[in-house]
Design a protein around this ligand. Structure first.
Ligand SMILES: NC(=O)c1ccc[n+]([C@@H]2O[C@H](COP(=O)([O-])OP(=O)(O)OC[C@H]3O[C@@H](n4cnc5c(N)ncnc54)[C@H](OP(=O)(O)O)[C@@H]3O)[C@@H](O)[C@H]2O)c1
Length: 212
């Protein structure tokens, strides 16, 4: 049993990560900005606490001493670069053994050295958000050892409303692939329990569910 702090615990990825961790017998600190909005979330081995992932002191108070922390955050109102850089900075300074940060498939390469977000046909309006995520991952890359971080994303996208199939595969960029949030949570918890990838970006796709 591990102690796991999950930031963005009220969001789609975070909520499924809380459930998966709880089902596996872990002790979960579910971190949300306003616990009064999540009154039904606390339960067996799940404690809800207030925290802001962009604030170092807040992250330390919520996560320090845990075996692992997971960041699964999105704020449509924030400047993406400021938000993801601050979050990565705060999370990478947390006193945890393992750090997982949910990031974007568009940071993956379409060709050697060319990220999808840099390809000529990539929609300009999405670039600032993607660059914000990328800047956050750059902060992780610059983190000194022994921070055992992993950036993890879908290989394509999430399958909204998708079921838990119980399987996933590690993949390169595969924009046709979809993974349910429940299966993504399995990948997250597998990397917490048995870390296989370190200080890199790994992507996961859902079992055989492929959209045309
Ligand atoms: N194709 C892809 O690669 C792809 C697709 C979709 C999403 N993603 C990424 O996956 C991650 C998770 O997305 P999601 O779909 O789960 O998002 P979501 O459902 O919108 O949840 C995001 C959560 O972040 C929390 N949050 C926002 N600001 C915060 C702060 N300052 N401190 C703490 N928590 C904060 C919010 O919590 P409260 O409002 O409850 O406080 C919210 O519950 C994001 O990084 C997103 O960019 C990737």
């Amino acid at each position: 049993m591990s102690k796991i702090a999950i930031f963005g615990a009220g969001g789609r990825a975070g909520r499924h990560a809380v459930r998966e961790a709880q089902a596996r017998g872990h002790e979960v600190t579910a971190v949300v900005r306003d616990p009064s909005r999540y009154t039904g979330m606390a339960g067996e081995r799940v404690t809800v606490t207030a925290g802001d992932v962009t604030d170092r002191g807040s992250v330390a108070a919520a996560a320090d001493g845990h075996d692992a922390a997971i960041g699964a955050v999105y704020d449509a109102t924030a400047d993406p670069e400021g938000f993801y850089v601050a979050a990565a900075d705060a999370l990478s300074r947390a006193d945890v053994g393992r750090l997982l940060v949910v990031t974007l498939s568009t940071l993956l390469e379409v060709a050697p050295g060319v990220r999808m977000l840099d390809s000529p046909e990539f929609p300009a309006e999405y670039r600032p958000f993607c660059l914000g995520h990328a800047a956050g991952v750059d902060v992780l890359r610059a983190a000194p050892l022994p921070v055992d971080w992993l950036a993890i994303s879908p290989a394509g996208d999430f399958r909204h409303g998708g079921e838990r199939t119980g399987s996933y595969r590690v993949s390169g960029l595969d924009m046709d692939s979809r993974i349910s949030y429940a299966d993504f949570a399995i990948a997250l918890l597998d990397e917490v329990e048995t870390p296989k990838h370190h200080r890199t970006h790994v992507a996961v796709a859902g079992g055989d569910l492929v959209v045309s």
